[in-house]
Design a binder for this molecule. Structure first.
Ligand code: HEC
Length: 134
């Protein structure tokens, strides 16, 4: 009789444990079903790269980031920022040709002033800024 009791107890324990496990997975399923459709994540939590704010940079921003190193002091004969006479001389051949030269590079002026993530329009904005056309 004692043995039977123990057996029933053991069986009951197993059943109870299974019931708990079942309830657990049931709960997971419910959680899955009622979770919000969209989840908000911020920065690194998203697991993806943080996308920089879109939109072109201003001429001043591009100049500060990429052109100033040479065009502030006139390194290697670079026309200086704000030196109207020097820029007028450069622009005498036309803004389009000057722009092309900045994109492709000319003599010691590296292509795009080494600003490889600068768009052509951002280069133009920087030229206008440096030559005082803006
Ligand atoms: C490593 C130095 C350096 C950097 C950085 C640099 N420049 Fe220059 N840039 C020069 C030099 C040197 C010249 C003169 C080249 C020549 O005509 O001999 C020049 C000339 C120019 C000219 C005149 C081209 C022409 O046709 O006369 C433009 C326009 C210009 N740079 C735009 C830019 C812009 C825009 C940036 C930034 C995005 C930039 N540069 C960054 C060195 C630099």
């Amino acid at each position: 009789m004692k043995q039977l009791k123990a057996l029933i107890l053991a069986a009951a324990t197993v059943i109870a444990a299974q019931a708990y496990a079942a309830a657990d997975s049931q709960e997971d399923k419910i959680r899955e079903r009622i979770k919000p459709v969209g989840e908000v994540c911020v920065g690194a939590e998203c697991g993806g790269a943080v996308v920089a704010a879109a939109g072109p940079r201003s001429g001043e921003e591009v100049y500060g980031a990429a052109c100033g190193a040479c065009h502030t002091a006139g390194v290697l004969g670079a026309p200086k920022n704000g030196d109207t006479a020097a820029w007028e001389e450069r622009l005498a051949k036309g803004i389009d040709q000057t722009w092309q030269n900045a994109i492709n590079g000319i003599n010691s002026m590296p292509p795009k002033g080494n600003c490889m993530n600068c768009s052509d329009d951002e280069i133009l904005a920087a030229i206008k800024y440096m030559s005082g056309q803006e």
